[in-house]
Design a protein around this ligand. Structure first.
Ligand code: CDV
Length: 309
């Protein structure tokens, strides 16, 4: 029997350093309304949706960095988003920079149910890039400087009519991210991302960057028999070009909806949550077929080492 879940992705065009939270929230409100008018029940917003992707910029003054962080959630700037979503009966995923009461900095996402209540929080585990200043690079990738590694792992929540997990951007490149949520019976995994079209380390074709994004999401969706919803912030943002390609991927591994612009754009799909059932019962029946006794190196080693005797 099919179980329908109206999933929307609200891709964002650039947010510049000079843009205010109020301007950003106004854009997001418009997309929430459009998602609702197209039958959505849940909307995925990007990583660090409220500000520019500030890890692209070297800053020495911590108070300048802290301007990009939220000290509470929801706060008065973001409250209209919570109010409107509740009014529309929409759940949503929101990525933002979190500054805790203890002064810790995380790249965070939250899950909000249809009553406007925060039901889940995820703090980004895989922080890409570097911590030092690279003055010769066209832009910086300073997540290792500005954020701590997330301390709460990958969780799955029973809410908004499904079992849903969260991750953020670079996490989508790691099979462990999705398998840990697959092992908690996730039916949907949602994520936001900011991915530059250019690689600062070597000369990689921009088309390959998009290819890898799609390849990985399609593989992880299929091998864990779940739906994936991925929302970009993209376009030329403060001098750095980031690719779009926001998409919804089915448990078959097929991309069923994809953004075609690099601006604010809503895509929707009426997902059948039962589509993964056959895969879960047969080829990817974890309980019958997985052999964790042969996977021990995955948790025993971090980096690659010598072959085991
Ligand atoms: N925000 C990210 O995590 N971006 C990385 C880039 C830096 C490679 C990504 O994996 O898309």
């Amino acid at each position: 029997m099919s179980r329908k879940f109206g999933l929307a992705i609200a891709q964002m065009g650039p947010v510049h350093r000079t843009d205010t939270r109020m301007q950003v929230v106004k854009r997001l409100l418009e997309m929430l309304r459009e998602a609702k008018s197209r039958g959505a029940e849940f909307v995925v917003l990007p990583e660090l949706a409220l500000t520019t992707f500030f890890p692209h910029h070297w800053m020495e003054d911590q108070s300048e960095v802290d301007r990009f962080f939220e000290r509470s959630m929801p706060n008065p700037d973001v409250q209209p988003l919570f109010d409107e979503a509740k009014q529309l009966g929409l759940g949503f995923y929101l990525g933002y920079a979190e500054l805790t009461e203890r002064g810790e900095h995380y790249n965070t996402s939250i899950l909000i149910d249809r009553e406007g209540k925060i039901v889940g929080r995820y703090r980004k585990v895989h922080l890409p890039g570097h911590g030092d200043h690279k003055p010769d690079a066209p832009f910086q990738l300073l997540e290792k400087r500005y954020f701590l590694v997330g301390d709460e792992g990958f969780k799955v929540w029973s809410t908004v009519g499904t079992k849903i997990g969260m991750c953020i951007c670079n996490d989508r490149r790691w099979p462990e991210t999705f398998r840990v949520m697959g092992l908690q019976s996730a039916e949907v995994v949602v994520l936001g991302y900011n991915t530059p079209s250019h690689n600062i380390h070597w000369n990689e074709s921009p088309h390959l960057r998009m290819f890898h994004h799609q390849l990985l999401l399609q593989a992880h969706a299929h091998e864990n028999a779940l739906w994936v919803g991925a929302a970009a912030k993209c376009g030329f943002e403060d001098g750095c070009h980031m690719f779009g390609g926001s998409c919804i991927v089915a448990p078959t591994g097929e991309i069923v909806a994809q953004a075609s612009t690099e601006g604010d754009e809503v895509i929707t799909y009426n997902c059948d949550l039962s589509l993964g059932d056959n895969f879960r019962k047969h080829v990817f029946d974890f309980a019958r077929h997985r052999r964790p006794e042969h996977y021990r190196l995955i948790v025993e080693r971090v980096g690659a080492g010598d072959p085991i005797p």
